[in-house]
Write a protein that binds this ligand. Structure first.
Ligand SMILES: Cc1ncc(COP(=O)(O)O)c(C=O)c1O
Length: 438
């Protein structure tokens, strides 16, 4: 990133570092030498504190399916704010969004709202434990599910610690975890049914839930092999394990999320991001038999959950408008646009002889090392070891070209985008590739 055009940003960053570790709470967006500080945003564009406007392909970490300040969402928020932003009592807004989600996603019979994805992954794990009477969980190597202790395991395992591919070693993904957490997690390789089957034969009776993200971005966004999620559904049923789809990012992929696009049938689904219309949100939904554990009637819920701001009416109205506007036609249009973005990226890399390729699916795209997207986290880690510096360089150059992607090279579309934005992105990528060649 050229620092010449970011003087106000730099000054703000220096001041911010006095009060906030690293100058921001937005750690997922941090990059050297300092992140861009936003001042305002509209549609698919963000303006920073230096007055520079850029096309936004990050969309608050994929959460803004309609971009910034969508007029219908803003109107709903303003209308609701005038009636009250939060109250202790339940409100009808929560019922309306719950009904929409239950009607939208066949596997969801009931839903409970919270404030973040992390919190609702935690709730899904607790529901599964209480439902099964077991305590261990299974997850795929390299998959991120938020920062609840039990899922901060084997997200960024290094080759020196990850053990054999057929029996991955659980590794901590953060300081501050109790060492006991590692023993609670069975780590399994993605897209490897033989190993999943063998590990579940050995350990299935101890496992409460199996977490899967249909498009796990921190693992390189590997696409599930055809039939993989159907087989995982059958295996978890066989072993009495609660299958949890973490659709906090992948929900954008289909009208009913990644489960519609790739198959399989979860017992529980965690939602967040786009489902809140741009306000803080999380939810867990699924089979009524499991969700009943949250029912306070008749002696109190068996699984306790809380949240001072859970199901606050502002989020509920924003979420409902966002979901209603994300129609099947819009899902299809954005997915088609996404396919054009990936094809265009591949074309740019091929023309310039870059050892890079496009990955992702639906309205999500990313720059990857190598000549084809990875099928597993280990393949992704191997290609990233070579390509991550190159990708970070492209991220910085794209900022100068007026385009925001993440430092890891991920990008997503929003509904204000069309052909013109796709063309602008591909032209900027072309220039960035040329400018940063060594
Ligand atoms: C797949 C997945 N699960 C869970 C989370 C955590 O959600 P939140 O950041 O709302 O806590 C994220 C966040 O990026 C995610 O990508």
């Amino acid at each position: 990133m050229s620092t010449a055009a970011t003087s106000a940003t730099r000054l703000l960053f220096e001041e911010a570092c006095r009060y906030i570790p690293g100058g921001t709470s937005r750690v997922h967006y941090f990059h050297e030498p300092y992140p861009i500080y936003a001042r305002s945003a509209a549609g698919c564009r963000v303006t920073d504190v230096d007055g520079v406007e850029r096309l936004d392909f990050v969309n608050n970490m994929t959460s803004l399916i309609h971009g910034h300040a969508h007029p219908a969402i803003v109107a709903a928020i303003v209308r609701q704010a005038q009636r009250g932003t939060a109250w202790s009592e339940p409100g009808e807004e929560e019922v309306h969004l719950a009904r929409h989600l239950v009607e939208r996603v066949p596997s969801i019979e009931q839903v409970r709202f919270g404030n973040s994805g992390t919190e609702n992954v935690m709730l899904a794990v607790k529901l599964a434990r209480e439902f099964t009477g077991r305590h261990r969980i299974a997850k795929f190597e390299g998959f991120y599910h938020g920062y609840y202790d039990y899922v901060q395991v084997s997200v960024k395992s290094a080759p020196t610690a990850w053990g054999p591919e057929t029996a991955p070693v659980s590794t901590p993904n953060s300081g501050g975890l109790s060492p006991e957490v590692l023993g609670e997690v069975l780590t399994v390789p993605f897209n490897n049914l033989d190993v999943v089957e063998r590990l579940l034969d050995q350990h299935g009776h101890e496992i409460a839930c199996f977490l899967v993200d249909p498009l796990a971005s921190q693992a390189g966004s590997p696409i599930p092999d055809p039939g993989f999620l159907d087989r995982l559904t059958a295996l978890t049923r066989h072993h009495g394990i609660v299958l949890v789809y973490d659709e906090i990012v992948s929900f954008r992929l289909g009208y009913a999320g990644g489960q519609e696009r790739y198959g399989g049938t979860p017992d529980l689904t965690t939602l967040g991001k786009i489902m809140g219309g741009g306000l803080p949100v999380g939810a867990v939904g699924g089979r009524a038999e499991i969700m009943q554990l949250l029912d306070p009637r008749g002696g109190g819920p068996r699984v306790l959950s809380g949240g001072t701001f859970s199901a606050n009416p502002l989020t509920m109205v924003a979420g409902l408008v966002a979901m209603e506007h994300y129609t099947r036609a819009e899902v299809d249009r954005l997915n088609t646009l996404g396919a054009r973005v990936r094809a265009g990226m591949d074309d740019v890399f091929r023309r310039h002889g870059e050892a890079l390729c496009a990955g992702g699916d639906g309205s999500f795209a990313r720059i990857l090392g190598g000549d084809r997207p990875p099928r597993t986290y280990r393949e992704f880690a191997a290609s990233s070891a070579v390509a991550s510096r190159r990708i970070a360089g492209l991220h910085a150059a794209l900022l100068d070209e007026g385009v925001i992607i993440t430092r890891a090279g991920t990008a997503c579309l929003s509904t204000p985008m069309g052909d013109a934005e796709v063309e602008a992105f591909l032209a900027a990528l072309d220039r960035a590739v040329v400018r940063t060649r060594t």
